[in-house]
Design a protein around this ligand. Structure first.
Ligand code: SF4
Length: 99
């Protein structure tokens, strides 16, 4: 049960596939500490220093207090392009490729 595993203390990280991002900004509303729209109109993840990570496929750790907001973002994302995965084995636990 992957979802049960994700609710434990396992470290998770999140990345965005900008190729599919619609730029609606839902993720940045839900979790502005993690997601932000850049001037190109697409959403990017941020690191702990509040810097946008713009390399393709760049991932950032999901702070545990923000897990619900990040998961809700992945569920609501119209582009289905927010991917939350386990750091230990890179298995996606929330997002379009979650089992
Ligand atoms: S919710 Fe999804 S489609 Fe919308 S801005 Fe965020 S990453 Fe892009």
């Amino acid at each position: 049960m992957q979802q049960q595993a994700a609710t434990g203390a396992e470290a998770l990280e999140v990345w965005i596939d900008q190729d599919l991002c619609t730029g609606d900004g839902i993720c940045a509303q839900y979790a502005p500490e993690v997601f932000e729209l850049d001037i190109d109109g697409l959403a990017y993840v941020k690191n702990a220093q509040d810097e946008l990570l713009q390399d393709k496929g760049a991932a950032t750790p999901v702070p545990l207090p923000l897990l619900t907001d990040v998961v809700d973002s992945a569920k609501e994302c119209p582009g289905e392009c927010i991917h939350v995965r386990r750091v230990s084995d890179s298995v996606e636990v929330y997002g379009p490729e979650a089992g």
